[in-house]
Write a protein that binds this ligand. Structure first.
Ligand SMILES: [Mg+2]
Length: 273
């Protein structure tokens, strides 16, 4: 069986191909959040139940919707739609747009206007609890997204109502479109801030599957859980890692070859379990 890290590198290679072919995308943030998505979709959530659309299925929201290509690569590999459809990413005649919508199998809501996903998740979690459903709601936000005031309105509500069926994950890569998060709008100590809003909060490596799975399975009575996943923007390619400009850059032919080689090398370095 392949390790989760190995699978995540395969999906990063999918993303690289999608962005290179489409000449658009958000490659840096897609690389940083890939281990989080893989932990959720290959280990933590029951994806068959989600495919069947069962009322008490777990739900996932990609609040940082601009990294849609990362989600599409995972959904296709998990059988939500044929992998060939990834070739259509960002074309005019496709549902696989640069932000996800409900036209895509497995997508619960249109997202990517930043700062809205946590509010949606709070509503879904409150509804699930009202209905006596065992569904758990997961939402993935960017760290730059924490600058949106609406995130903190939703965080207050989740704490007040003790939504223990809600997990918010922050892709803590410390970069946003305009630079370092601590210079643009300081967030640290982010876990402590969520605790102050009535949440359980944990920090973990966002590139260690074991740590991620443990954090994503954490439950706390009467409290929503925040997982601050420490990640590297552009993870897997030294050409891109920790460089803010790779938020939205598209590799040229030479860069594509370099990134592909670096990703393949790193994939080879992660152990096969
Ligand atoms: Mg970021």
């Amino acid at each position: 069986m392949e390790t989760l890290e190995h699978i995540a590198f395969d999906r990063r290679l999918d993303v690289l191909d999608m962005v290179y072919r489409a000449r658009t995308g958000h490659i840096g943030g897609s690389m940083s959040c890939m281990d989080i998505l893989c932990a959720l979709y290959y280990r933590v959530m029951d994806t068959e139940k989600i495919k069947r659309g069962e009322a008490d299925r777990d739900r996932f929201l990609l609040s940082k919707g601009h990294c849609a290509e990362a989600l599409y690569a995972v959904l296709a590999d998990r059988g939500f739609f044929p992998r060939e459809r990834l070739l259509s990413y960002a074309r005019f005649d496709t549902a696989l747009a640069e932000h996800p919508t409900r036209k895509i199998p497995g997508v619960e809501a249109a997202t990517g206007a930043l700062g809205h996903g946590l509010s949606l998740a709070v509503g879904m979690a409150a509804a699930a609890r009202r209905d006596g459903s065992p569904a758990h709601i997961y939402v993935l936000m960017g760290d730059g997204e924490q600058d949106e005031g609406s995130v903190w309105e939703a965080a207050m509500a989740a704490g007040k109502y003790g939504l223990e069926n809600l997990t918010a994950i922050v892709d803590r890569n410390r970069l946003q479109i305009s630079g370092n998060t601590e210079q643009v709008m300081p967030l640290s100590p982010l876990a402590a801030r969520y605790r102050d809003f009535g949440w359980e909060a944990v920090e973990c490596s966002g590139h260690n599957s074991e740590e991620l799975v443990r954090a994503l399975r954490l439950r706390s009575p009467q409290k929503p859980v925040a997982v601050i996943a420490n990640t590297v923007k552009g993870y897997g390619s030294e050409l891109m890692e920790n460089k803010a400009e790779w938020h939205h850059l598209v590799p040229d032919e030479e860069q594509y070859a370099c990134i592909r080689a670096q990703l393949e090398q790193r994939r080879g370095a992660v152990s096969r379990g």
